[in-house]
Design a protein around this ligand. Structure first.
Ligand code: ANZ
Length: 809
């Protein structure tokens, strides 16, 4: 028996693949159908691969290897999302350029990925921090700007005067900066943004045509937050008017007060009229310290104050209504004003209780009174339940749906209502005061913004001595020479903020198809052939970040005629998390449970690691690591090795003993790989290997079929056994094993055995068994034998493969 020296075997085949460029894809070969398998590319951190990386990467590797054997031209690339904060922090603390650190990490990652035996086409590797790459990130940004989707506009931001910088929401705690504890205020500032709302409808529609997890689609729908309602205009007593946005116009007779956004324009226009100006101003100042998240949280107490001396008129019944300000109403959503109906809305209810305001119930439950708070909680479910209006003049008695329409029509006739759609989706803030990112290719001049010419791209990130921004300002402010722009008579100062981390990853799937093109971001003919990505695998944490941004950039390019498909990722699968042996997330908290893939590769081999991670359970669920599971995986590979490398075990003829189980295995493995159900595919291969051992030998055709299937999961051992079986070439391009449906048909059937027409027993017989044999077996069956013992058999009836009836006297 040959020794299974996994370490030598793995090194040998990794070298072979590299030397033979086994997995280099000729993207111009259109003669075969294409398959584009994509992994979410890693951030090249300083710590290298973790146990979670090989999981998703092995999954896409298996499918891509099967597709290649099935005759597809497969593109399976890998690269690095290499701009970002950790490299920047490294630079700040060590004074070294982040590029060196990033290049080192990329080397480590690539080495580790190669040790895992993935079938990546390394000639197509990209890194988002590479100028050859970010040239095109800048170029796409430029198009977005020229088409009006990238804008430089006033946006509310968290501003810290002492630090002189904008902070993200999580850098602000209770109105103070996390660092230093300085006061932070909301303030409008010029920012680079991408107009996401402009894509909202297209993004919603696109979700219907892609094969993605339902949970991810619904997270995207919620994030976009489409809301259909009505804007209604109210007159202010003493002159003027304002509008509110509501999704529940049917509750208009239940209004007992109004709430305005304290920091909104309507409030500002009323300040001169309020009698309690000081109180109001103090509350406005308080509001400006909070971010939207704090303000809208449901369980926060509903603070606010009345605008004393200011009231408005409800247009449907002429009633005078009190007006308040409250921070739960956001200036940036709808009109920045709410008609408050405390009987039917949770937040209005809490506000009314806190401020002692009346309530009027206007919707009656089908089963009597509906709890005011419940009604609000069930806001969506309450439609279609037949709830009827009360206390609503001519609309009393109508269902909610009828009243929605009728009241809208009435207000429209009065010239008071406008049907509106709102999105919660906001502009995507597209600039950071950081160093390690793509420079924004624009210049601020006296006459406004000047965008760089194409031949000025890439705009290279300048080297700096100091990567820290002075006083919290953008680090590129330190690049005093670089900053100054003077070309072709245009003078100005370059933009010093850089693009966010998600810029480069929003289009990398297009670049992989043609990564070395220096004329365009990718050749259009190639894009047409290769897009969309057929299978995209990555973590669920990107559900609304990267996966939304990529859809936006792709859709923008599609609308411009520069990308061939509306949606970039046809099928998406999220791998589950691999937990520590103690069942919790691997990390600093429990260092003894952190698994380093390199250790497993050293002690068991990459093939075992890959097999083990695929056998742990369904790909999509989180599962704890188990060292004994790794050993079990290794034992299985040993069993395969020991049997199939022994020449005398492989027969040239086929006695049929393994035919059925082999065909069942090919069918199950093929179907399961397609469904990414790897654990059950492996279980079936184990069944087959057990049957082979029991049989003592295996026909060559079946041995080769098994090794082909197994080679997708554990490619090194697959190649090695394949060569021992007498082949000179790689197994990677061999044809996928096939199965015969006819061989799958069950060859035994269960029949009923009756005595005098009553079923007394069941019997398993070979299909189409001879009548005499079946009758004899039936009569020999213990329970039947007892029943007919001593009686005379007068008739024997046999319906083939169905039943036997023995008539006795
Ligand atoms: C009256 C009403 C009665 C409402 C009722 C709800 C229930 P979505 O679905 O998120 O669009 N609203 C409107 N503008 C707001 C703002 N700027 N800040 C905070 N809340 C705002 O929610 C729309 C509902 O949220 C609107 O419908 C409005 O309250 C409130 F029984 O109007 B409703």
């Amino acid at each position: 028996m040959k020794n299974y020296d996994y370490s030598a075997i793995e090194k040998k085949w990794q070298k072979y693949w590299e030397e033979h460029e086994t997995f280099k894809t000729d993207v111009w070969d259109f003669s075969k159908p294409k398959f584009y398998a994509l992994d979410m590319f890693p951030y090249p951190s300083g710590v290298g691969l973790h146990a979670g990386h090989p999981e998703g990467y092995t999954a896409s590797d298996i499918v891509s290897r099967m597709k290649r054997m099935q005759g597809y031209n497969v593109l399976h690339p890998m690269g690095y999302d290499s701009f970002g904060l950790p490299a920047e922090q490294y630079a700040v603390t060590t004074g070294n350029h982040p590029n060196g650190f990033t290049q080192e990490n990329i080397k480590t990652f690539s080495k580790q990925l190669k040790e895992l035996g993935f079938d990546y086409d390394w000639s197509k590797m990209i890194a988002t921090s590479d100028p050859e790459y970010y040239k095109w990130t800048q170029w796409i940004f430029k198009q977005l700007y020229l088409d009006g989707y990238a804008k430089y506009i006033d946006m509310p931001v968290n501003w810290c005067e002492e630090l002189g910088t904008v902070l993200s929401n999580d850098e602000v705690i209770d109105g103070k900066s996390e660092r230093g504890g300085y006061p932070v205020v909301r303030k409008n500032m010029k920012q680079w943004v991408i107009d996401q709302p402009a894509f909202a409808e297209k993004l919603l529609e696109g979700l219907d045509e892609i094969d993605w997890p339902e949970s991810t689609k619904s997270m995207q729908r919620n994030w976009i937050g489409k809301s259909t309602g009505v804007e209604v205009e109210f007159d202010i007593v003493g002159g003027g008017e304002f509008s509110i946005f509501t999704t529940c116009i049917e509750t208009i007779y239940g209004i007992t007060f109004m709430v305005l956004a304290p920091d909104g324009a309507i409030t500002e226009s009323l300040l001169d009229r309020v009698q309690n100006r000081e109180e109001v101003q103090a509350y406005i100042d308080e509001t400006k310290k909070k971010n939207d998240m704090d303000r809208t949280e449901l369980n926060k107490t509903k603070s606010g104050c009345e605008l004393k001396g200011v009231t408005c008129i409800n247009p449907v019944n002429g009633k005078e209504v009190r007006m308040f300000i409250g921070d739960f109403v956001l200036a940036s959503y709808g009109t920045g004003a709410v008609m408050a109906v405390p009987s039917h809305d949770q937040r209005d209810f809490e506000y009314a209780v806190a401020h002692n305001i009346d309530m009027i119930q206007v919707i009656d439950g089908k089963d009597g009174h509906i709890d005011v708070t419940d009604a609000a909680m069930e806001k969506t479910e309450y439609l279609g339940k037949g709830y009827k209006l009360i206390n609503s003049e001519e609309f009393t008695g109508m269902t909610v749906e009828e009243a929605k329409e009728a009241i809208t029509v009435k207000l429209e006739k009065m010239g008071r209502a406008k049907r509106t759609v709102n999105y919660h989706f906001r502009e995507w803030i597209f600039a950071r005061q950081r160093y390690w990112g793509e420079p924004v290719p624009v210049v601020h001049t006296e006459n406004g913004i000047h965008v760089l010419d194409d031949e000025e791209l890439p705009l290279i990130l300048p080297e700096l001595d100091d990567y820290k921004g002075k006083n919290g300002k953008a680090p590129l402010e330190n690049a005093t020479e670089w900053k100054q722009y003077d070309r072709n008579g245009i003078k100005g100062v370059r933009e010093t903020s850089t693009m966010p981390g998600s810029a480069g990853s929003s289009w990398y799937f297009l670049r992989y198809i043609d990564p070395h093109n220096d004329k365009e971001f990718a050749n259009q003919e190639l894009l047409k052939h290769w897009m969309p990505v057929d299978l995209y695998i990555g973590g669920p944490e990107h559900a609304v970040g990267h996966l939304m941004y990529s859809r936006i950039w792709n859709r923008y390019l599609y609308d411009k005629g520069l990308a061939p498909t509306k949606e970039p990722f046809k099928k998406l699968v999220h791998q589950g998390m691999i937990l520590g042996e103690n069942g919790v997330k691997m990390g600093k908290r429990f260092p003894k449970y952190v698994v380093n893939p390199s250790d497993i590769i050293r002690d068991f081999g990459a093939d075992t690691l890959r097999l083990y991670e695929m056998f742990m359970g369904p790909l999509e669920v989180s599962k704890p690591w188990s060292q004994s599971g790794v050993e079990g995986a290794k034992r299985f590979l040993n069993r395969v090795w020991n049997f199939f490398t022994e020449e005398s075990n492989i027969t040239e003829d086929n006695n049929g003993a393994l035919t059925k189980v082999y065909h069942q295995t090919v069918k199950k493995v093929t179907d399961d790989y397609e469904q990414l159900a790897f654990n059950t595919a492996i279980a079936q291969m184990m069944i087959f290997v057990n049957a082979v051992y029991k049989n003592g030998s295996c026909p060559r055709e079946y041995a080769e079929g098994l090794i082909k299937m197994l080679s997708c999961i554990s490619p090194h051992i697959g190649e090695e056994i394949w060569s021992i079986l007498g082949h000179d070439d790689t197994i990677a391009y061999e044809s996928w094993p096939t199965y015969d449906e006819a061989e799958l048909v069950e060859d035994t059937v269960e029949i009923a055995v009756q005595v005098n027409g009553k079923v007394k027993a069941k019997l398993n017989i070979a299909k189409d068994e001879a009548k005499d044999k079946v009758l004899a077996d039936a009569k020999a069956e213990e329970s039947i034998a007892k029943l007919i013992d001593g009686k005379t058999v007068v008739k024997e009836i046999y319906v083939p493969n169905k039943l036997v009836n023995i008539v006795v006297k």
